[in-house]
Design a protein around this ligand. Structure first.
Ligand code: ZN
Length: 374
């Protein structure tokens, strides 16, 4: 008898260890998105637009949590369509909180924040919007007038952003402020706008965000699997919103969103307001050391990119580069040495560069300066 208990115990222990290992292992795979903090704020990687079988997605909510852990995200929201449930015949559930509850349970032992949200789904205009930090999405159901649905979201103190605004009845892929959208924004029922959704970046949406003082959002709007939709090649990654928060809490993220503290990361590009975009790029690129080899007038500068984003930089300093034209590319999580022709020995200089794969306004790229001390 004793022996049997002992054997059983071993099997239980071994199984638990194996399960734990398997769990840890699956989360270690995938694209680990990495961005440094900026002065005064933590940089949180967020995807606030995702679907599961509880609306028109193809996966169970636990998969969304596991994908997000693989991608090293800090916060997500499963924003099921409130008014559209094509799987209702197979998965009948009246409670619009269900997918959130399953995700919270899955994320329990992990460092991932689950924000409760839903997608308010109407024909364009006004189109779709996500309301996140909701208390109870059920209360948005059965409200005929779209304004009542937005009003209820606001009553619950949600942060609301306009989704894929370029999906207009004209099919021209140009974001346009219809009267209904204007009214919602001017009534302060909408606080943000997706400038990126899935594989689309809308330069017109960026202009609307600036004109109407809205928060910039980028989301995957994933319905299938993240890896199938976005991991095509080593540079592949889902679109995310980088949120600059005082702390790693729901309240911190919510305050940051209302305060427009975001940068969108899409297709190895960073899009945002200068006040956050420039500090972010500056923290991503670290000058490790700068020196002259003995008897040389060529300045060596060791540059490390500590983010997972590749950068394409245009050198605007008076000193030309030796191994490249004015355009330099530095891969994510890598170090390279640049060689400048300084003509004479200098003690320091302000290296100014244009960041080609960053956008601070429609068709404009930010200038960043790094002080190089030799
Ligand atoms: Zn959606």
């Amino acid at each position: 008898m004793k022996k049997l208990i002992f054997v059983t115990l071993i099997i239980v222990v071994t199984n638990t260890v194996l399960l734990a290992q398997k769990h840890a292992h699956t989360h270690a795979l995938g694209t680990s998105l990495q961005f440094p903090n900026i002065p005064g704020y933590q940089t949180l990687k967020c995807d606030f637009h995702q679907h599961t079988v509880f609306s028109d997605g193809d996966v169970w909510p636990t998969i969304r949590v596991q994908e997000s852990l693989k991608d090293n995200l800090d916060a997500i929201s499963l924003t099921e369509h409130i008014e559209y449930q094509p799987h209702i015949g197979d998965i009948p559930h009246k409670d619009r909180n269900r997918s959130y509850q399953i995700a919270v349970k899955e994320a329990k032992d992990h460092n991932l924040i689950i924000v409760k949200g839903s997608e308010i789904t109407r024909a364009m205009p006004p189109g779709h919007s996500n309301a996140i930090f909701l208390d109870d999405p059920n209360k948005l159901l059965m409200l005929k007038d779209f304004k009542d649905a937005y009003r209820e979201a606001i009553r619950q103190q949600a942060f609301v952003f306009w989704n894929h605004s370029y999906e207009t009845p004209k099919n021209d892929n140009i974001s346009f402020l219809y009267e209904a959208n204007k009214q919602l924004i001017d009534s302060n029922y909408i606080h943000g706008i997706e400038i990126v959704n899935t594989h689309t970046y809308s330069t017109e949406a960026l202009q609307i965000a600036y004109d109407k003082n809205l928060t910039l959002m980028g989301t995957s709007d994933v319905h299938g699997l993240i890896d199938w939709d976005y991991k095509n090649g080593p540079k592949g990654h889902r679109p995310i919103t980088l949120v600059f928060s005082k702390d790693r809490t729901q309240e911190g993220i919510k305050t940051a969103l209302f305060d427009h503290r975001t940068v969108v990361h899409f297709d190895n590009t960073l899009i945002g307001r200068d006040s956050f975009l420039i500090p972010l790029i500056s923290e991503c690129l670290v000058i490790k050391k700068a020196f002259y080899e003995p008897k040389s007038l060529v300045l060596s500068v060791e540059l490390e990119n500590i983010s997972s984003c590749n950068f394409i930089l245009q050198n605007l300093s008076p000193y030309s580069l030796i191994e490249s034209s004015d355009i330099v590319e530095i891969e994510g999580k890598s170090t390279m040495t640049l060689h400048f022709r300084t003509k004479e020995k200098i003690n320091q200089f302000d290296w100014i560069f244009n960041v080609i794969n960053a956008i601070n306004a429609p068709n404009k790229h930010p200038l960043v300066t790094k002080k190089i001390v030799i």
